[in-house]
Each structure stands twice: as structure tokens, then as C-alpha cells.
Design a protein around this ligand. Structure first.
Ligand code: IPE
Ligand code: IPE
Ligand code: MG
Length: 250
């Protein structure tokens, strides 16, 4: 507790007040392909390096005391990529989840998934189910992995589910408010992200948490995701702590 003063790895020391951390940090894990290209490696190698960065950052998030970390791993649009790249990403996810299950008793990180998991292979689906099941009682940071996730898709599904409840007489269109509607989203029960980080230099959300991002603070960095470090997360948190959130007020 108190203040994190100093550096995590190389770079200038940063100061982060651990009493004023954002409750929920979300990250668009982008830039794996360019990281690999710069090294003359296949894109798959970038995804493998990105998975390692994710492991480091998820563990650090728990150490720092963040309540929620949500990461964008595969979007509803990422199926457009060549089959071998999609296959490699899915294989990496499988490997990652198997290893996560092996380390679970030690790491005790609670994991959940946002997205339509139905098109995933039965093996991957089963691993998602197991990770969620084993870790559901863990305290501390909850890591949400967005898999086949799209913000628009999420909102449409929420609207459909709400419409079905109306037709079944379980809900009333006139009484729908934002809070109630949020209960129909993948993120039901999770507070909105306070801070969204996008590495790789792109200045867009790419269909990430469109509903939930309404008042999120945004942090962009040129670093590619595999080069992202604990130090960079601390920098983003320090930057967040210098901002004034007004939510439309004064
Ligand atoms: C993010 O890295 C990972 C996924 C989208 C699955 P990219 O693969 O998009 O990397 P760049 O943006 O091409 O560098
Ligand atoms: C967003 O990155 C999706 C993930 C990081 C999983 P993309 O690389 O797919 O986004 P665009 O194409 O640059 O907008
Ligand atoms: Mg990209």
C-alpha cells in the first residue's frame, strides 16, 4: 500500500499512488505483427511474444492491487486474417490457458471471458470453461479476456436478449435504463473501465468496449505490445492520476 516510487525495470522512476488506482484497466494488446516484422520474424512469433507480455502484465496487475484487468485478445473482425495466422493465435491461446491452469493454484488470478465463444474449437472452449470454473472463487484481480469480442456485437446481443425478455413478459421497454442494460452485456457486474491503454501507436478503439468506454480515460503509446513493460503500465497509471475526471460535470 502507499505510494509506488521507483522503477520497474529500466527507465525513469515513476510515482503511483496505490490508494488512488483505477479500479478497472483495459488494454488493447496491439502491435504483435509489426513487432515480428521489425525482427524479420513471422507474425506468429509476435503473437507468442505478446502472450508473454500478457502474462507479465496480468501478474503485475494483481501485485499492484488492480481490481479488474480486461484485455482485447481477438476481435470479431480478426477472423478476416489469413487462416494460418488465426490458427496460430488459437493454438497460442490453448497453450496459454493450459499453462495458466497449471499455474493457477500458485498465481490465483481470477479469469473470465468476454465474447461469443461458440465458434471456438471444442478444446479451446473447454479450456475457457475450466479456467473460469477453477478460478471463480479467487480473490484479488479479475482478468477478463476478450475473445471473439466486438463492442457492436455485444450491444446487439444485449438488445436481442432484452427484447426476448420483453416478449416473455420479464422486462418492460419503458423501464430500461443504462444500468439495467449493462446487465445484458458480457461485462455484466464489472464496473466500466477507468483507463483504456492502447499500445502500437494507433489512435482508435477498434470496436473495444464501446458501451463501457463512455467515460474512460484513454492512454496511447507508440510501444508495440510485446515491448510493453511493467514500467509502461506504471507510467500510464501515473498519467491517469494526473487527470481530472468530470463526467460532464464541473
Ligand atoms: C494484435 O496485434 C493481436 C491481434 C489482433 C490478435 P496485431 O496482430 O494486430 O499486430 P499489428 O497491429 O499487425 O502490428
Ligand atoms: C484490435 O487490434 C484487436 C486486438 C488487439 C485483439 P486490430 O489490429 O485488430 O485493430 P485495427 O485493425 O488496427 O483497427
Ligand atoms: Mg493490429
Amino acid at each position: 500500500m502507499g505510494v509506488w516510487k521507483g522503477r520497474a525495470g529500466r527507465g525513469k522512476p515513476v510515482q503511483v499512488d496505490l490508494e488512488r488506482l483505477p479500479r478497472h484497466v483495459a488494454i488493447i494488446m496491439d502491435g504483435n505483427g509489426r513487432w515480428a516484422k521489425r525482427r524479420g520474424l513471422p507474425r506468429q512469433a509476435g503473437h507468442a511474444a505478446g502472450a508473454e507480455t500478457f502474462r507479465t502484465i496480468a501478474t503485475f496487475a494483481k501485485e499492484l492491487g488492480l481490481e479488474y484487468l480486461t484485455v482485447y485478445a481477438f476481435s470479431t473482425e480478426n477472423w478476416k486474417r489469413p487462416e494460418d495466422e488465426v490458427g496460430a493465435i488459437m493454438a497460442l491461446l490453448e497453450r496459454y490457458l493450459r499453462e495458466a491452469i497449471d499455474r493457477m493454484a500458485r498465481d490465483r488470478v481470477k479469469m473470465a471471458f468476454f465474447g461469443d465463444l461458440s465458434p471456438l474449437s471444442p478444446r479451446l472452449l473447454e479450456l475457457c470453461r475450466q479456467t473460469q470454473e477453477i478460478s471463480k472463487g479467487y480473490e484479488g484481480c479479475q482478468v477478463n479476456i476478450c475473445l471473439n469480442y466486438g463492442g457492436r456485437d455485444e450491444i446487439l446481443r444485449g438488445a436481442q436478449a432484452f427484447a426476448r425478455d420483453c416478449l416473455a413478459g420479464k422486462a418492460d421497454p419503458d423501464s430500461l435504463g443504462g444500468q439495467r442494460f449493462a446487465g445484458y452485456l458480457y461485462s455484466a457486474g464489472v464496473p466500466d473501465p477507468d483507463l483504456i491503454i492502447r499500445p502500437s501507436g494507433e489512435l482508435r478503439l477498434s470496436n473495444f468496449l464501446l458501451w463501457q468506454a463512455a467515460y474512460a480515460e484513454l492512454y496511447f503509446t507508440e510501444l508495440l505490445w510485446p515491448d510493453f513493460t511493467k514500467q509502461e503500465l506504471l507510467k500510464a497509471l501515473a498519467d491517469y492520476q494526473r487527470r481530472s475526471r468530470r463526467y460532464g460535470g464541473v
